[in-house]
Design a protein around this ligand. Structure first.
Ligand SMILES: [Zn+2]
Length: 327
């Protein structure tokens, strides 16, 4: 009942008549609409906006990567199956009545106060998820447990917590900016070597682009993200792996050394110094000089089930151009 009243108050004070996107909404407007929605949820539920944002973004990315669930069409990316929404035993799977949904132990709630628990309404969907979290608690530990109970998958919980950390740190939703890994004022060269049989630091085929530059040339983060891996590998030498907000993994190999204090779990942004160009690898820790110095840069995509590499070359060209314009 208390929750219902807070929804009612929320409705009277904050609800806007139009909360869905038109087709011509710009990316900037889309981010603004999402942020407005998250902040409203925070206000009425005390769930920090960055937790809601992280779940929403995770769900959206999974929906784009999968074929068995519909693509997101509204402000929110969260998808709840009709049977979950209405209740397993509910004979009417499109039942919008909050009372009978509750009776059949359905998930759906009326978030916008219009008297209906509508599976296609952004506010109803997001409040339904918020309602799930509220059964546990709004602090980090309880939020984690709520996520685990919902997804039953450690990886999902981990990815969502990482996203929440990034949103909280940067205070904004648009974390898509990228930069070229080498500052443009240095000499470097690269070409498309995707799939080449030879190459240093790749796997069976060459999974990435080699950027040739002198020893000690700075290597920077290409994205907003979190350092997920730092350490030696027999082939890659001294390496760094960074996970960005879209679950893409950015891999940097053969480094000469690391930026001071760089550590796993560190939050980085495009341009953050992570190390320098070297020729480490192909031997025990510290082995260097078996090939010309270069940065091996690779990208890996995650769809919620597995990870695969894709050619970073076209993106590197794009980031290089945009860095040039920024100067
Ligand atoms: Zn390489």
């Amino acid at each position: 009942m208390r929750i219902f009243i807070s929804f009612l108050i929320f409705f009277l004070l904050f609800a806007s008549p139009d909360t869905t996107f038109g087709k011509e909404v710009s990316e900037e407007e889309a981010y603004q609409k999402r942020m407005d929605l998250y902040k409203r949820v925070e206000l009425t539920t005390q769930i920090p906006w960055y937790y809601i944002a992280a779940v929403d973004h995770y769900e959206r990315s999974i929906r784009y990567a999968r074929k068995d669930i519909p693509k997101p069409s509204g402000v929110t990316g969260i998808y709840i199956k009709p049977v979950q929404w209405a209740g397993w035993l509910n004979p009417n799977q499109t039942d919008p009545s909050p009372l009978s949904v509750e009776l059949f132990n359905g998930f759906g709630v009326d978030g916008n106060g219009d008297g209906k628990a509508n599976l296609n309404d952004d506010e109803d969907i997001i409040y339904t998820f918020a309602n799930h979290i509220l059964k546990y608690g709004v602090d980090e530990d309880h939020f984690r447990i709520a996520l685990w109970d919902y997804y039953k998958r450690d990886k999902a919980v981990g990815l969502i917590m990482e996203k929440a950390k990034l949103y909280r740190h940067f205070g904004k939703l648009d974390l898509n900016d990228k930069s070229f890994p080498i500052p443009l004022r240095f000499n470097y060269s690269y070409r498309d070597t995707w799939g080449d049989r030879r190459g240093w630091g790749g796997r069976r085929i060459h999974e990435g682009t080699d950027i040739f530059a002198g020893y000690g040339v700075p290597v920077r983060s290409t994205c907003y993200g979190i350092v997920e891996m730092k350490g030696w590998n027999k082939f890659g030498g001294w390496r760094v792996g960074i996970r960005d907000i879209n679950n893409t993994y950015h891999y940097f190999a053969h480094l000469n050394g690391y930026a001071k204090d760089l550590h796993v779990g560190q939050i980085v942004e495009p341009g953050t110094l992570i190390g320098s160009v070297g020729s480490t690898g192909y031997g025990p820790p510290g082995t260097s000089g078996k090939f010309p110095p270069h940065l091996h840069y690779g990208m890996y995509k995650d769809n919620g089930y597995g990870e695969w590499s894709f050619d970073p070359y076209p993106l590197l060209r794009q980031w290089e151009r945009s860095d040039r314009r920024k100067k």
